[in-house]
Design a binder for this molecule. Sequence first.
Ligand code: HEC
Ligand code: HEC
Ligand code: HEC
Ligand code: HEC
Ligand code: HEC
Ligand code: HEC
Ligand code: HEC
Ligand code: HEC
Ligand code: HEC
Ligand code: HEC
Length: 293
Amino acid sequence: MPDRGKWFRRTLCSLALLVSALAGAAQDCLDCHLASADQPVLAIQHSAHAALAGGGNEACRACHGDSAGHIAAPASSAPDFSFGPHWPMPAAEGGARCLTCHAGGEQLHWAGSAHAAADLACTDCHSLHRQSQLAPAPDPATSGCLTCHSEVRAELRLPSRHPIAEGKTACTDCHNPHGSPTPGELAAVTLNDTCFTCHSEKRGPFLWEHPPASEDCSLCHRPHGSVHPRLLTARGPALCQQCHAAAFHPSLPYGGEGVAGAAPNQNLLGKNCLNCHGQVHGSNHPSGARLTR
Ligand code: HEC
Ligand code: HEC
Ligand code: HEC
Ligand code: HEC
Ligand code: HEC
Ligand code: HEC
Ligand code: HEC
Ligand code: HEC
Ligand code: HEC
Ligand code: HEC
């Protein structure tokens, strides 16, 4: 099928050139780039970028540059900053143009972020000429992240999970897609602080702290989803036994003392450590030193 939008634009463009040549007037962006079905450029007039540099043709220049060469020979010469798709340009070059205005705030750590390192362009996530995608979320909870992160998509279906697919938690609640100084591009200054934005009751301080909980929630929890209940990395007692050996009271249910006929330890056999040590995140009870209450 012939590309009618293109045909229409080229014809219009030639006409405009002809008219302007006759009148001796210079052409500008909007004289040629009217809205058409395949190139909805004017939707930008309804976006946060409409009023850039006073609006109109000046708004176009704020991103695409003065583009004198392109105006003189539109079919063969690219605008100063084209962003593609007709004349593709390197991701970093396009990003640098956006960063002339967006270098601070949420984008402060773009340079050095995992996404910049992977050579993503701003336009991999943002669609500047589509009003609906300017705040770029087709689904506000997953923001288009899952088109690339299929490994996370799978985790969102596990039996225990953060309710992201259900729309109650969003990827951007925990991550800054523009990068951050925290490993994993997390939105807060530490992993635990990220969790505390919603689970503040786990912050403490507690009279009796459990060191791994104050140190790093991910010692025991997966962030997105898990086959174990409560997003745990392993089930108790195996979870606890990664760190606790058979000191004081034997904590190895499958050790020699737990084997049938070899005087099973009644504290442990068939029981979960949590039956007695329920306060694994820390306790405020005066006699909660062993996290039992
Ligand atoms: C905020 C920056 C920004 C402003 C302002 C802007 N553009 Fe764009 N433009 C882009 C980006 C980025 C692309 C690449 C396509 C996309 O959005 O992913 C693009 C793409 C285009 C395209 C190609 C579209 C296609 O689908 O083939 C045209 C034509 C265009 N812009 C013209 C204009 C005109 C005319 C104006 C002024 C009304 C303008 N632009 C204002 C950033 C901008
Ligand atoms: C004389 C007509 C004319 C003028 C004036 C003009 N353009 Fe274009 N522009 C074109 C044509 C023709 C194309 C070729 C692509 C096509 O057929 O869609 C194009 C393509 C583009 C593209 C697509 C780049 C890409 O890689 O996909 C952008 C962006 C663009 N113009 C921006 C501008 C801006 C910004 C201005 C003003 C500074 C401007 N144009 C002025 C006719 C014009
Ligand atoms: C000339 C300065 C300038 C340039 C260049 C520019 N922007 Fe913006 N941008 C703004 C202003 C001003 C706003 C509106 C105020 C704000 O939210 O900070 C804005 C808002 C945005 C928003 C939020 C929109 C919303 O609805 O809340 C996004 C996303 C964005 N810009 C992305 C980009 C991208 C991607 C580029 C490069 C293609 C770009 N900008 C280039 C000035 C600019
Ligand atoms: C991996 C996807 C992704 C990339 C790449 C990306 N963004 Fe964003 N951007 C988002 C998402 C998602 C939001 C919405 C954030 C939210 O809802 O908290 C956003 C929001 C924004 C906003 C508005 C929010 C604010 O206050 O900052 C601006 C401006 C912006 N991005 C600019 C950029 C620029 C400039 C680039 C390139 C240097 C870029 N983005 C690259 C996903 C991305
Ligand atoms: C266009 C594809 C694409 C999109 C869309 C995308 N990412 Fe990425 N992301 C990547 C690539 C490529 C990497 C670097 C390689 C890797 O670690 O998988 C990366 C890395 C990351 C990392 C760092 C991983 C690590 O090991 O430190 C996080 C976190 C991340 N992305 C989150 C997000 C979030 C949140 C969104 C949505 C706002 C998103 N991504 C959207 C492609 C994408
Ligand atoms: C409840 C907070 C939270 C939410 C919501 C969340 N993440 Fe994460 N994500 C994390 C934490 C914590 C890590 C581990 C960071 C580390 O240990 O370095 C992580 C790691 C990652 C990684 C690195 C690779 C991996 O799997 O460990 C990617 C990619 C990622 N997240 C993408 C996403 C995407 C996409 C979404 C939305 C579908 C999302 N995250 C939602 C907290 C979250
Ligand atoms: C944006 C808010 C938010 C953040 C940030 C957050 N969570 Fe959650 N978390 C939730 C919600 C909502 C639920 C579901 C609560 C419910 O169903 O009652 C939940 C549930 C949980 C559960 C129980 C899951 C189950 O199967 O019952 C655990 C464990 C958990 N979160 C750990 C974490 C950890 C660890 C972090 C930091 C990496 C974190 N959360 C960050 C909102 C958040
Ligand atoms: C030593 C392992 C361990 C560490 C570290 C840990 N948790 Fe837990 N967490 C558990 C266990 C075990 C459960 C299940 C308790 C139950 O089912 O009674 C749990 C349950 C939860 C729940 C759901 C039930 C509830 O109590 O609300 C949330 C939310 C939670 N943890 C958040 C966190 C946060 C936030 C951190 C970091 C501050 C953290 N956890 C650190 C072991 C741990
Ligand atoms: C990542 C390692 C780690 C994991 C996993 C872990 N703990 Fe701990 N736990 C510690 C450390 C370190 C201490 C502090 C020991 C000390 O002060 O001598 C501690 C202290 C305790 C104490 C108090 C002991 C005392 O001497 O005061 C109890 C009870 C306890 N943990 C139970 C559990 C239970 C139950 C689990 C499983 C849900 C668990 N722990 C998982 C590292 C861990
Ligand atoms: C039937 C209840 C019960 C079960 C099940 C249980 N414990 Fe205990 N545990 C206790 C009691 C009670 C104490 C405190 C004894 C005291 O203070 O004199 C204790 C003390 C501890 C201590 C402190 C030991 C020390 O040297 O000071 C650790 C660590 C501990 N338990 C870990 C575990 C682990 C890990 C499991 C699971 C493998 C587990 N416990 C299962 C009741 C239990």
